[in-house]
Design a binder for this molecule. Structure first.
Ligand code: NAD
Ligand code: IPM
Ligand code: MN
Length: 368
């Protein structure tokens, strides 16, 4: 493949630790002659606040827009608890998503055979589980106006956030979900609170119309978000693709992650619309976990979510299907050989460190 440009944003906490392991995989791809990348790296989150006073600089945003794909680590941590809300580390991530216009966040929750016993659910409930959560990522209550904290005449304060979705925003994420379902089991479950919120009611109406007009071959069902959380814990294998808004998608994907054994395993891809003129489509890739302050600096974080996010990047932004599959297969082999960071430990068995997990993965890749 021709030279692809890539921006790495490791961030804070375990972000740089797991990104180091993903870089080893990038090096392997290049050293084995499978690809050639031009790789830039930049600060984001708390690291950028410390250096630049803001969680992401205009220059970094510009670079992110220029490159073919962005690989992001994680941001945040107690060190920045007291910085003003507008420039907290997480605001850098939200700004990047919004500026790149990456509206569809794909969060696959797949159970590796070797880990069926690591789930907090009974193994028979999760063995073979393969769900795709499509989370709308640049709208909803995360971005809706009005928002803020205001002081009322009586001196009391009021915090305000607003759930807003337009027809267009619902349609574009809906199309991504229906398209994915066509390549899977052909079923989409659309999740909202149409019983309580007008934005949810519109969501349901738009999804219903979209399915009828453009995706009659895909089966569509609807579920209230609270019931969906319950159903995910009760019988997760009933789902194929779940499509939902920003906040519900955030919460339900953490729940789905735990079904697979650990938050440290789940990657994500956030995609924008294809530019018809250039053929380019913005792609932003990040594990769904955060900076894990409780284990940061200890060298025990699981790097697989970051590495699997790189595999998603190769698949969706670079069309390198074989290499993405090779990385995923190597992850499976490492897990089958009981390579375990503490988050997926087998009781009574030794665990390995972040870098040893990287060693094991590279060894599997080199054995291809
Ligand atoms: P978290 O995802 O950082 O951690 C939750 C729990 O999961 C912790 O016990 C942590 O140790 C564990 N965990 C997470 N990733 C792991 C990994 N790779 N290996 C092993 N264990 C792992 O969520 P939190 O504690 O609620 O948030 C911590 C900080 O991260 C906050 O500042 C939050 O805003 C931020 N955050 C950032 C992102 C992101 O950058 N995309 C996502 C979520 C949270
Ligand atoms: C995630 C995170 C982010 C989100 C935060 C850190 C802004 O929880 O990516 O899941 O809520 O989108
Ligand atoms: Mn989250």
């Amino acid at each position: 493949t021709a030279n692809k440009t890539l921006l790495l944003l490791p961030g804070d906490g375990i972000g740089p630790e797991v990104m180091t392991q993903a870089k080893r995989v990038l090096n392997w791809l290049q050293a084995s002659g499978r690809a050639s990348f031009t790789i830039a790296e930049d600060l984001v989150g708390g690291a950028s606040i410390d250096a630049n006073g803001v969680p992401v600089t205009d220059a970094t945003v510009a670079k992110a827009k220029e490159v073919d794909a962005v690989l992001f680590g994680s941001v945040g941590g107690p060190k920045w608890d007291k910085v003003p809300f507008e420039i907290r580390p997480e605001a850098g991530l939200l700004r990047l998503r919004a500026e790149l216009q990456v509206f569809a966040n794909l969060r696959p929750a797949k159970v590796f055979d070797a880990l069926a016993d690591s789930s907090s659910l009974k193994p028979e409930l999760v063995r073979g589980l393969d769900i795709m959560i499509v989370r709308e990522c640049i709208g909803g209550i995360y971005f809706g106006e009005p928002r803020g904290i205001e002081t009322l005449p009586n001196g009391e304060q009021r915090g305000i956030n607003t759930e807003v979705y337009t027809t267009h925003e619902i349609q574009r994420v809906g199309r991504v979900a229906f398209d994915l379902a066509r390549k899977r089991q052909g079923r989409v479950c659309s999740v909202e609170k149409a019983n309580v919120m007008e934005a949810g009611l519109l969501w349901r109406q738009v999804m219903t119309k979209l399915q009828a007009e453009e995706f009659p071959d895909v089966q569509l069902s609807h579920m209230y978000a609270d019931n969906c959380a319950m159903q995910l814990a009760k019988n997760p294998k009933q789902f194929d693709v779940i499509v939902t808004g920003n906040l519900f998608g955030d919460i339900l994907s953490d729940l789905a992650a735990m079904l697979t054994g650990s938050l440290g395993l789940l990657p994500s891809a956030t995609l924008g619309a294809k530019d018809e003129a250039t053929g380019r489509r913005p792609g932003f890739y990040e594990p769904i976990h955060g900076s894990a302050p409780d284990i940061a600096g200890k060298g025990v974080a699981n790097p697989l979510a970051q590495i699997l996010s790189l595999a998603m990047l190769l698949r969706y932004s670079f069309d390198m299907q074989e290499d993405a599959a090779a990385i995923e297969a190597a992850v499976e082999r490492v897990l089958a050989k009981a390579g375990r960071t503490p988050d997926i430990a087998v009781p009574g068995r030794a665990t390995i460190s972040t870098s040893e997990m990287g060693d094991a993965l590279i060894a599997e890749l080199e054995a291809i």
